[in-house]
Structures are given as C-alpha cells and as structure tokens.
Design a protein around this ligand. Sequence first.
Ligand SMILES: NC(=O)c1ccc[n+]([C@@H]2O[C@H](COP(=O)([O-])OP(=O)(O)OC[C@H]3O[C@@H](n4cnc5c(N)ncnc54)[C@H](OP(=O)(O)O)[C@@H]3O)[C@@H](O)[C@H]2O)c1
Length: 349
Amino acid sequence: MVKKVSIVGASGYTGGELLRWTLIHPEMEVCQITSERFAGQQAHKLNPNLRGFTKLEFTSVKNLSTDVDAVFLCTPHQKAAPYVSQFWEIGAKIIDLSADFRIHDKEVYAKYYGEHQNPGLLEKAVYGIPELHREEIKKAKLVACGGCLATSIILGLAPLVKNKLIRTDGIIADSKIGSSANGAAFDISTHHPERSGTVRSYKPHGHRHTAEIEQELSAISGGPVSVGMTPHAIEMVRGIMSTIHASLSGKTADVDVWKAYRSFYAGSPFVRLVKDQNTLYRYPEPKPVIGSNFADIGFELDQEKNRIIVMSTIDNLVKGSGGQAIQCFNLMFGLDEKTGLWQPGFHPM
Ligand SMILES: NC(=O)c1ccc[n+]([C@@H]2O[C@H](COP(=O)([O-])OP(=O)(O)OC[C@H]3O[C@@H](n4cnc5c(N)ncnc54)[C@H](OP(=O)(O)O)[C@@H]3O)[C@@H](O)[C@H]2O)c1
C-alpha cells in the first residue's frame, strides 16, 4: 500500500531533492511539505524542475499534520529533535537528514554540536548508511541518515577497516565539495563572486563529520579508528570527491583489496567499484554520479610507500542526503532498496 509521507524543511536543497525523488516513487504519496518562508507558495516556484509533477504548496510547520506513515526531516541540525520527539510519540517512522541523531554518545555530540535536546532517543536511532546497517534500518523507527562527507569517506574505508588491511591511525581524507552542501540560505561563502573559481580549505581539522566517521569505522574495526579530514570548497554545485590516504597494515596486493570491497559490497546495488586503465575515467569522479544515488569507489596501491589511496565520490544531495533517505525509507517499509531510485547519472554534464 502506498505510504503517506511529509517533508519538514522542504524549501531547502535536501528537501527539494528529496521531493524530486518522492514524487516519482511508486510507493509514496507526499501529503505535506513545510516551509515558513514560502508558506502558501507552490513547490515548483522554488523548484522549477518539478513543474508539472506536483501542485503541492508549502505549509507552515504550525499546521504540521501527524497523519502520515513517515516523516522526512530536512532541517538544520539542532532543529530536528523537537519533530523527532513529536513523531516518535505517534509512532510514525522518522528519517532525519540532519545530524541530530547520528552520534550515539551525547558527550561526543555536545563536543561538535552543543547540548542535545533529546538525548534519550540517541541510542534508539540507527545510523542511516544502508551498506553498513541494512538489517537494523529495516526494523528502525528512527533513522539518522549519514552526513554527506561522512558517507563518502565511510564507504571508501569500511571494507579496508573490516578486513584489517590498513592501519587505523593516521588516516587522512582530503575532500572536495560543491556549494549546495551549504544549503539554500544565503551565505557570503557561496555568493557567486566569492565561490567562482575557488578551491578553499575551510575546516582543516575538527570538522563535525569526523565524529560520525570515527564512530562508524571504530564499530566496524572493533577498536578506535582515527581519521583526519580536510574538506575543500570548490567550484561545483553538487558532488563530493574524497581522496583518502592510509598506511597498509601488511603486505597487500590489488587482489586483496578487490576481494575486501567485493565481499563488503555484495548485495549493495548503489556502490560501484571503479578502477579501469583503459578509459579516460580510470578512477571515480563526481560528474558521472551527479543526479544518481551511486557511490563510486576506486583505489590504487603505492607499494613503494606502503600505502593505499582510495577515491570515493557521491552526489551530496542524493547518496549524501535525499537519495540515501529514500533508500532507508525503502528498507524501513520492506521494499527493494532500489525502488524509485534506480537511475544513472548524466553524461556528459
Ligand atoms: N546540503 C547538503 O548537501 C546536505 C547533505 C546531507 C545532509 N545535510 C543536512 O540536511 C539538513 C538540511 O540541509 P539543507 O542543505 O537542505 O539546508 P537548507 O537548504 O538551509 O534548508 C533548511 C530547511 O529547513 C527549514 N527550517 C529551518 N529551521 C527550521 C525549523 N526550526 N523548523 C522547521 N523547518 C526549519 C528551512 O525552511 P524555511 O526557512 O523556509 O522554513 C529549509 O526548508 C541540514 O541538517 C544539513 O546539515 C545537508
């Protein structure tokens, strides 16, 4: 039976992207989309790509209906928790795209985000990267979708950590990210004259996604994993490219790494391994995944330096948020996880 859903924070970039996927999903009916700033306006006035697909108007959150099977929360962090409490009470499934419930430990959460408003629910939330937590997501009431940078880095490293192919200290992730990651609200850093042509390091260490990256990889490893992450804002609207450097833990051949990735991602349709010498596209790059829910991952071994270089790329608005949220919804409602999501990106673009 078709499930009734609403989107809180639908006027933002993740909300708009989520709306695009929900409108073409065969098992979902979007009943409500919220925005304070655009209340009363039709969705396509803000999302011109959706003209002809919906007549929905934005509604104020003051009129938020709880008569739904599931709610997607696309609010800034520290704003989702009150809605989670509200929908938890009535028993609707909750898919939160913000960071409010990604971190299990409230002290770690406080270090990066400030005091938590509903710490009691932190341990009830399942971290929303299906490739890591598929079975738990199927039973979850509350899923906290993985952050965009975190998703690209975790997916690149998880099989290596699981198979103990790399040392778990001194891992470095260098990420490039597009401007839509900042959201739709005006910010001088994404103003065109400031962003155009930019390659800007904006948080060389201590980025808030470090908390979830280390939480998830440490759980897989069974011991602490330390990852230094440095994101760079570049001139791209969508997309993340993470280049990750780690020391090998022992003698390792290409075949060992292939085996680790293939077995970890067997049954994960949205992860593609890219390592091909006979094409221009030898390693993953953002353009071929834009508009799709794929995570493309590749690697190269540097035997001379005893290290591995992993390249991992996603569309921050799809596998990094809206698409991943739909993938979690599919699992939570017993659907094939590809439902409504199985489409390639664009080429050329
Ligand atoms: N952008 C990305 O690539 C990305 C990727 C993964 C995760 N995320 C996370 O997803 C969340 C949304 O990101 P975004 O980029 O879509 O941000 P955004 O473009 O700034 O949109 C934020 C949305 O939240 C609404 N909102 C703000 N305060 C609210 C409140 N108190 N109650 C209800 N709605 C509220 C805004 O609506 P009105 O102001 O119109 O009411 C707007 O629709 C953030 O937590 C972000 O960290 C973003």
